[in-house]
Design a protein around this ligand. Structure first.
Ligand code: GLC
Length: 581
């Protein structure tokens, strides 16, 4: 988490010189923002549900059918009041849920789950307004805890909210959010004497409302106020991914085509496609630069960032205009995608066979004939992996760099690898096989573990720097985060295994709302509300709604799923030279 003094500022060209309703530079004008810390939120207590739009079952349809149907046709929001209580709502909304066979957990009744209405109400309460327009959702609305910076709109946290609104036919807020964050991108960002890259998108922003002067002010945090002072590498990627989701869901290309949006994308891409000393196509990152936003030993080439990078590159490819600087970027994107898919599929992939290969690696191999290219010492393989790895199943490991493989499993990286088709179809089904084989460890009582397993004892002390928030099986250290349900559900739909998502959703429905929508759960099985978890955490709420709506109408997957690009390289995995020696 970040500290309270997240008072960076927005000095947008359009706002320079304004005295009200604008963007300010606190450092320059000395305004004390702490007196405005309450974010403007409004409540519209009308829950809205997804429209009826499913003609055939998910299990009968291919991904391309799923993706091409139902998109680009804005859906009118529908109020719950407009549906008679006597109607079988859930059956009406989602014939696919009932008709797809093979689920071990058929629902006994066809009533909509009461949590849906609760969730919509809570989501609408979290709306943040800027000059009377909704521009995002606040991270958490927990009245019992000190807000720290949970009273801000986080870019990554807004993604499930945005998807929920898009799925419900309410794209305006998403458009407003994309435009506002784009403006924030263009301000100068500094940490002490150092200026950050132009393309960096904020981790979060907040709206300060002055009821006396009747002004709204927006301030952003690019990492200069964050605990640990780390810039969010994922924000720019999520921004591009969301721009594509908006375009896909509304059919409105005019937003992405705007010169400002094209420029925003170019700035983000320039940051991560620039030449340097790299020998790998993966993106080198600092610890804590994504959802795991504090020291957790993910520095280097974290899987979450690589999957999001891949997805953002593919999304940008479909949105960038092939003119001027865009043409050059498109070429660089193609080259990078090619190299990145090869690298990830070959070196980050771990299954039973590959684990056995690594176990038998020779070391000190020199030159291009080396099989153990990164000189990984087999003794560094942790014991738990040998037990964890099923014969059928696999996953992308956490990190690969010279002599370092982080064998931990991470949820976002693996789910996004499926959604972006960074994973080959075979790898995608192996990831789902792993979920089934290791249900207790990865899903447990509350979906879904952010990572597995937890770091403990000496390792925890060294890797986290003795972080008391990240103790074993808590928070980022293998805690269970309900928000991840939407990604799991999307991955299940993409791989044609909705029954897995249904099982996870059923588990969520037993507790999440009763527990007050916590941010995360603790324990090996995720059975305890997290030590310092916020209640009414918005992305826990939105994640549930997105999962429900996607299962009901799988065509929504097209917003966030990309089909396989057959041109990407599929490496044949190499065996250790020791096998043939
Ligand atoms: C925590 C999470 C981060 C999230 C923020 C707001 O810091 O680690 O990923 O964006 O809370 O919910």
């Amino acid at each position: 988490m970040y500290s309270l003094n997240s008072l960076s500022v927005d000095t947008l060209p359009e706002a320079l010189g304004r005295t009200n309703d604008g963007y300010y530079n606190a450092a320059d004008n000395g305004i004390d923002f702490t007196k405005f810390l309450e974010v403007t939120t409004r409540s519209i207590p009308i829950p809205i549900i997804a429209p009826i739009n499913t003609s055939s079952t998910l299990d009968e349809r291919s991904l391309s059918e799923i993706i091409s149907s139902g998109l680009a046709s804005p859906r009118a929001p529908r109020t719950l009041e407009s549906v008679k209580s006597s109607e079988c709502l859930e059956a009406l909304l989602s014939p696919s849920i009932r008709s797809s066979g093979g689920t071990p957990h058929d629902h006994p009744s066809f009533e909509p789950h009461p949590m849906i209405a609760d969730a919509w109400e809570a989501l609408r309460r979290s709306l943040v307004y800027f000059r009377a327009k909704p521009v995002g959702t606040i991270a958490a609305m927990d009245p019992t805890e000190e807000s720290l910076n949970y009273n801000q709109v986080f870019v990554r946290d807004f993604v499930p909210s945005a998807l929920a609104f898009l799925m419900n036919g309410e794209p305006e807020i998403v458009k407003n959010f994309l435009l506002k964050t784009l403006r924030l991108q263009s301000i100068e960002k500094r940490i002490d004497c150092f200026t950050l890259g132009e393309g960096v998108m904020p981790a979060s922003f907040k709206v300060l409302h002055d009821p006396v002067r009747k002004t709204d002010t927006m301030i952003a945090d690019f990492g200069e106020s964050a605990i640990g002072r780390v810039a969010p590498v994922d924000s720019g990627f999520w921004w591009i991914i969301l721009l594509r989701a908006y375009t896909k869901s509304t059919g409105d290309h005019s937003l992405a085509d705007m010169p400002d949006c094209q420029r925003g994308m170019r700035l983000i891409l320039t940051l991560c496609l620039s030449d340097g000393f790299d020998t790998f196509p993966t993106l080198l990152c600092a610890d804590g630069c994504c959802m795991t936003d504090r020291r957790m030993g993910i520095y280097g080439y974290p899987i979450e960032i690589q999957s999001l990078f891949f997805m953002a590159l593919r999304s940008a490819k479909s949105l960038l205009k092939p003119e001027g600087e865009g043409r050059d970027l498109l070429e660089r994107i193609d080259k990078r995608l090619h190299a990145l898919s090869f690298h990830m599929r070959a070196y980050f992939w771990l299954d039973h066979t590959q684990l056995n290969n690594i176990y038998r690696y020779k070391t000190e191999e020199y030159s291009h004939t080396a099989v153990n290219k990164f000189n990984v010492i087999p003794d560094s393989i942790p014991d738990w992996v040998f037990d964890f790895m099923p014969i059928k199943g696999g996953y992308f490991i956490g990190n690969v760099s010279p002599a370092r493989m982080d064998f931990r499993w991470f949820a976002i990286g693996n789910c996004m690898a499926i959604l972006s088709s960074l994973a080959t179809p075979e790898q995608a089904s192996a990831i789902m096989d792993l979920f089934e084989a290791r249900w207790e460890e990865l899903v447990g009582d509350m979906p879904l573990k952010v990572s597995y397993p937890a770091l403990e004892g000496h390792e925890w002390r060294i890797v986290t720097g003795c972080d008391p928030k990240n103790t074993r099986w808590s928070y980022h250290n293998a805690g269970s985060w309900p928000v991840l349900l939407w990604m799991l559900t999307a991955a299940c739909i993409k791989t044609g295994r909705p029954q897995i998502a249904r099982r996870a959703i059923e588990q969520v429905e037993k507790r999440l709302s009763k527990d007050g929508w916590p941010e995360y759960y603790d324990g090996k099985l995720g059975r305890y509300i997290g030590k310092q978890a916020r209640k009414f955490q918005t992305w826990s709420i939105a994640g549930y709604l997105v999962a429900k709506m996607m299962l009901e109408d799988p065509s929504h997957l097209g917003m966030i799923g990309l089909e396989e690009d057959k041109k990407m390289m599929k490496p044949g995995l190499t065996r250790s030279a020791s096998w043939t020696a």
